[in-house]
Design a protein around this ligand. Structure first.
Ligand code: GLU
Length: 305
């Protein structure tokens, strides 16, 4: 298996430099386009890896499925469905998805920024520090890594420059969809995006979604299977931004990408995959990472369709 992963990374290497690291904050623009790594955990808990799988990067939007899981665990499916939708927006992650007159809860997608900001306000906790700490704890638990921490430089940079996200939060507030102070909610969102992870962490988290709520090896159940089905379904339809249809055709598994260059891919019942390469395509998905996943999917018949 590791020889296969090496071969796949070799083939995907030619695409590394065709992508561009996210540049909306200087911290991400520093990403090295030469990096490409993969980590796979199979159904029996065995791990395989290749390339730059040890590199740290910020989780960015890959935190959204974890955030969705946490608010589902905290509030239950019915309450969450009454506050946010599940339909793809077909628009970029930071689009202001609102018509002149209306913003309805069913227009708020949990895999784009507006939905993620709204979800921060649905985490249970006495204040936004506690809410973020609970999100961080769940991330550590799913990843089996108590050392997962915040990348302070990225967090401060996001906070300083995140005016589009401020616009999205004020839009929610103006439509009565955010009760709390906008800066408090955004602080939680910026921290959530700035959690530092590796391919191994993403593979572990993906594994738990693939096994519908159970940790590898110990088989400990962390959340009910129906929540995994909920999150995985949302990932298929909108996990890869407005490139989700293309990804479904080419790779065919639930997945979430982030502008840090990470992709978490969930192969239900079979494996969890974490992949990283900071060069992004025009939709914000890791270019070489997607290419590598496409080949892995073909070679191992991973598509769920
Ligand atoms: N921190 C990024 C933002 O809010 C996350 C976007 C992403 O990874 O899609 O703009």
């Amino acid at each position: 298996m590791e020889a296969l992963l090496e071969e796949i990374l070799d083939n995907a290497s030619q695409y590394k430099k065709l992508g561009k690291p996210a540049s909306y904050i200087p911290e991400l623009a520093k990403g090295d386009v030469n990096d490409l790594g993969i980590y796979v955990i199979s159904s029996n808990g065995q791990a395989f890896r290749a390339g730059d799988y040890k590199k740290q990067f910020t989780i960015q939007s890959v935190v959204k499925p974890i955030l969705l899981l946490l608010v589902l665990m905290d509030n239950g499916i019915d309450e969450v469905r009454s506050r946010i939708g599940v339909e793809a927006t077909g628009k970029p992650f930071d689009a202001i998805n609102v018509t002149d007159q209306t913003l309805l809860s069913q227009h708020i997608n949990p895999m784009v920024n507006m939905g993620a900001i709204a979800m921060c306000s649905l985490i249970k906790g006495k204040d936004y520090n506690e809410r973020f700490e609970r999100l961080l704890e769940l991330t550590r638990k799913l990843a089996g890594n108590p050392n997962i921490h915040l990348d302070e430089a990225v967090y401060l940079s996001e906070k300083r420059t995140g005016n589009k996200n401020r616009a999205l939060a004020f839009m929610l507030k103006s439509y009565g969809m955010l009760d709390d102070d906008v800066e408090d909610v955004l602080d939680c969102y910026f921290k959530a995006c700035s959690i530092s992870v590796t391919c191994k962490d993403l593979a572990r988290i993906a594994y738990v979604f693939a096994s519908r709520g159970k940790l590898p090896i110990s088989d400990e159940r962390v959340f009910p299977a129906e929540l995994a089905r909920f999150v995985n379904a949302v990932l298929v339809t909108c996990g890869m931004y407005d490139g989700s249809g293309d990804f479904a055709v080419r790779v065919g598994v639930p997945a979430k990408s982030g502008v840090g260059g990470g992709i978490m891919a969930v192969v239900p019942t079979r494996m969890g995959i974490g992949i990283f390469s900071p060069g992004l395509d025009e939709k914000g998905n890791s270019l070489a990472g997607t290419k590598a996943l496409e080949e892995l999917s073909h070679r191992m018949y991973l598509s769920i369709f």
